[in-house]
Design a protein around this ligand. Structure first.
Ligand SMILES: *[C@@H]1O[C@H](CO)[C@@H](O)[C@H](O)[C@H]1NC(C)=O
Ligand SMILES: *[C@@H]1O[C@H](CO)[C@@H](O)[C@H](O)[C@H]1NC(C)=O
Length: 313
């Protein structure tokens, strides 16, 4: 009770102690956009809880949770089924339509939501993203499909369908995971068949888009978070733009060897502006200790304190 009275008193002081004009002029925190991951949805209990924890850290912050479908169940389904290019287009319209975001915003992408937000930066970025934080994302794709939880039927159906013909046009148009599947043993087939990841990584010399590189390099920070014990993303280093080296057709990948970000041709020849951003010291490589999307407070809170909710200019 005493504590309550005391805190009410402090609250009153801080509100009434300031002239009204100062309160109105107090800088508001920059808004935040969140794009959830595979199997999650925009209004799931996990996402809502995360939003409220961020609002405790940055009082008054506006948060928009990205959706493909306003129906939560359909939105979850759209993390497995759909055309990612169309989903990014739709989200760009959605974000441009939210008044609170018109001055730009920071963004957090969970898992695949991370590379989808990167696609937004490269292709649209109107309004612009300042800081982009991606948790366990698949920036260099996955070399194998995520292992599903035993009872997750939706995940298993999508996984089986994708494995059956990951590079066939149907999979590339309709199965979300297929659109960032990048098999090091079949790189020529990947380059020929894949639309989404080859595009946002500017891997095809004929269609390389300088706008993508310019817009990614304009980020304030790109914060790439890897989960040290990630067994879902194969290889987990994809979160840091790492991948297995290309291998001859039919060879088994040596899953001990990883080509790190700074050794990737994408980086060395700077196809997407990543090198420019890194050389300005604006690419932050950091890790959380746990498995994929295990988010104890000590893993995300320091990042949210540092890169989210800065005073709006
Ligand atoms: C834009 O916002 C209006 C009003 O909130 C809404 O009716 C409309 O559907 C939105 N459009 C898009 C593309 O989200
Ligand atoms: C490059 O990307 C920008 C932004 O998405 C787009 O407007 C432009 O048409 C693209 N250029 C080419 C040659 O495809």
């Amino acid at each position: 009770m005493l504590a309550l009275i005391a805190s009410f008193f402090l609250l009153s002081l801080s509100v009434y102690g300031l002239p009204a004009q100062d309160i109105l002029n107090a800088p508001r925190p920059r808004p935040l956009v969140i794009w959830h991951g595979l199997g999650d949805s925009y209004a799931s209990s996990g996402i809502l809880e995360f939003q409220s924890m961020i609002q405790d850290i940055h009082p008054g912050i506006f948060i928009h949770s990205v959706y493909i479908d306003p129906d939560d169940k359909e939105d979850q389904r759209a993390t497995f089924y759909g055309n990612v290019d169309e989903q990014v287009d739709l989200v760009a319209l959605q974000l441009a339509n939210v008044t609170e975001l018109e001055g730009g915003f920071d963004a957090i992408g969970f898992s695949q939501g991370g590379q989808f937000l990167r696609a937004y930066v490269e292709r649209y970025n109107t309004p612009p993203i300042y800081n982009l934080i991606t948790f366990g994302s698949q920036h260099m794709g996955v070399a194998d499909m995520a292992v599903c939880k035993p009872l997750d039927l939706l995940c298993r159906l999508a996984r089986n369908a994708a494995r059956a013909g990951v590079y066939r046009p149907w999979a590339q148009e309709h199965l979300v995971q297929a659109q960032y599947f990048r098999d090091p043993a079949q790189l020529p087939l990947y380059l020929e068949s894949n639309r989404f990841l080859t595009s946002i990584n500017n891997e095809l010399p004929a269609t390389r888009n300088a706008t993508y590189a310019r817009q990614l390099a304009a980020l304030e920070h790109l914060v790439l978070v890897i989960f040290a014990k990630d067994k879902t993303v194969i290889p987990k280093e994809s979160a840091w733009f790492g991948s297995y080296p290309p291998s001859e057709d039919g060879d088994d990948t040596d899953d001990e060897v990883i080509v790190p970000m700074r050794a990737q041709p994408l980086y060395q020849e700077d196809w997407i502006g990543l090198r420019e951003l890194d050389e300005r010291g604006r690419v932050v490589l950091t890790s959380c200790e746990g498995e994929h999307m295990q988010l104890p407070t000590e893993c995300w809170k320091p990042l949210v304190e540092r890169y989210v909710g800065l005073p709006q200019s």
